[in-house]
Design a binder for this molecule. Structure first.
Ligand code: ATP
Ligand code: MG
Length: 468
């Protein structure tokens, strides 16, 4: 309701003469945000800083989300006080940050992040006159720690919709970049020249996708146009930062749409080169498997359930395995070692691009290993597998593979029944297996034929089946 009202209000007319230095001001009756929607800790941080004589505002995602009737993830504060000055005001504050200093003010489990106003780095002549170069040859900003005033701070932010400042003391919003206009029109638009802003920080391309997916906004056409061409700049970004960004991309509850946008804009291949190659080689199967995994991820997040990043990475990379297993087998490696080696290589290669920490790569391997073990159910093996802490993830992954068309001979259904069966039913199920054939213990041998590539892609894409 309020959001609609906000969208229908005519925006105040900007004084063109002072387009850059005078913000559009939205008074409390011109926007729907109410103080009650804001974390009281965030308000207390702002008021404390203001009482100490500094400028302070709520800024960024929280203002944007409140205008859109979305619950903010967190509340960020922007201030004229330096990190040291902020820390001096609060007992519960810690200065953090490598790229630039920030202050975290702790209130129990809630953290209010306070950042000092910063400015864009000087470019061209201005920069040549300074003795430290802050950009690399592609224009990427290497240091981002120049303090500035409020207006500088607005201009250095990424998107117009992220550059709105809310002052809880008078309930006004300051808009230096026409962000309110873009919120009304559902647009993600970079502040300034898009190519330059992406060159300064290529991660902004990923952020554009993330906000477009999360808010169901379009990327404004000038901001969208350079992405495809500039996507390779992501290569320069440290793998640890990309890991953080990828988690944000896939864990925000809009992973399916995010994935589609990443593919359309040529960014997916920069993040997951092997998966993108699989997508080319085997489009239908690969796309189905990834898509279904992400549908499931989004659903779980909407239901408030936990999602493990390992499962998502396991799914994203799985379609890239068969080609590698095959390559190793063609070099004479037996199936099981080939599978192990392929998994190892693939993860190691992926970690060069995105630094997936060990606490996630281990479970990826375990989920994949489970795929080799789930077909082997004879004797006491089935019960031992049920007790395995990775059983559930392994079983879910099996169903995922089946949903993408992999032929597993009814293995998923079998495990579904087995889990709910009584002891005697279980015994019968195991007996039936060994009566039928020995597939429970030893899946059939994979034939090496010359026309392998032409066979059913689903069967081709089952690295687990090659482990017999
Ligand atoms: P959310 O927290 O909902 O994901 P957000 O907009 O708050 O979205 P953060 O990553 O928390 O995103 O960043 C806070 C603010 O800092 C942004 O709103 C933006 O103004 C600014 N910002 C973040 N990253 C960049 C960047 N790479 N370049 C310029 N400004 C940025
Ligand atoms: Mg935020």
């Amino acid at each position: 309701m309020l959001k609609k009202l906000f969208k229908s209000l005519r925006p105040p007319v900007r004084n063109a003469k002072h387009a850059h230095s005078t913000p559009v001001v939205l008074n409390s009756n011109q926007h729907p945000i109410q103080r009650g929607q804001i974390s009281r800790y965030a308000i207390s941080v702002v008021e404390r800083l203001q009482n100490a004589g500094y400028q302070a505002f709520l800024v960024g995602g929280c203002v944007r989300d409140l205008l859109l009737d979305v619950e903010p993830k967190d509340f960020d504060v922007s201030t004229s006080a330096t990190p040291e000055q902020v820390r001096a005001e609060f007992r519960n504050a810690r200065v953090i940050g490598r790229r630039f200093k920030l202050v975290h003010v702790h209130f129990g489990r809630e953290i209010i992040e306070v950042a000092t106003f910063r400015a864009n780095h000087p470019q061209g002549d201005e920069e040549e006159n300074s003795n430290l170069s802050s950009r690399n040859e592609n224009g990427r900003i290497l240091r981002d720690n120049v303090y500035g005033n409020l207006e500088d701070d607005a201009q250095r932010r990424d998107f117009t919709i992220n550059a709105l400042y809310y002052d809880p003391s008078n309930e006004r919003i300051l808009d230096y970049a026409n962000g309110a206009h873009d919120i009304r029109n559902n647009l993600v638009r970079l502040i300034g020249d898009p190519t330059q802003r992406y060159q300064e920080d290529p991660v902004r391309m990923l952020r554009a996708i993330r906000f477009a997916a999360k808010l169901d906004f379009d990327i404004e056409k000038h901001s969208a146009a350079p992405i495809y061409k500039l996507a390779p700049l992501l290569n320069e970004i440290p793998s640890a930062r990309l890991f953080d960004e990828v988690l944000k991309l896939f864990l925000a509850g809009y992973a399916v749409y995010t994935y589609e946008l990443l593919v359309d804009y040529g960014l997916f291949g920069q993040l997951f080169p092997a998966s993108a190659a699989a997508l080319k080689q085997n489009p239908e199967y690969t796309d189905d498997l990834i898509h279904n995994a992400l549908v499931n991820t989004d659903q779980r997040i909407k239901q408030g359930k936990t999602v493990t990043p390992a499962f998502i990475f396991a799914a994203l990379l799985w379609p890239a395995l068969p080609a590698r297993v095959l390559r190793l087998q063609e070099r004479g490696m037996p199936p099981i070692p080939a599978m192990q080696e392929a998994a190892h290589e693939l993860i190691a290669e992926q970690c060069q691009r995105i630094a997936i920490p060990k606490r996630f790569t281990m479970p990826i391997r375990e989920i994949w290993d489970m795929q080799e073990r789930l077909p082997r159910r004879s004797g006491k093996r089935a019960d031992a597998l049920l007790d395995n802490p990775r059983f559930r993830a392994g079983y879910d992954f099996l169903l995922l593979r089946e949903s993408a068309g992999e032929q597993t001979n009814g293995l998923g259904d079998w495990w579904t029944l087995y889990q709910d069966a009584s002891d005697s039913e279980r015994r019968n199920m195991i007996r039936d297996l060994s009566a039928k054939d020995d597939s429970a213990g030893a899946p059939r041998k994979r034939r090496r034929t010359n026309n392998r590539r032409k066979r059913n892609p689903a069967a081709d894409n089952s690295p687990a089946q090659s482990n017999d």
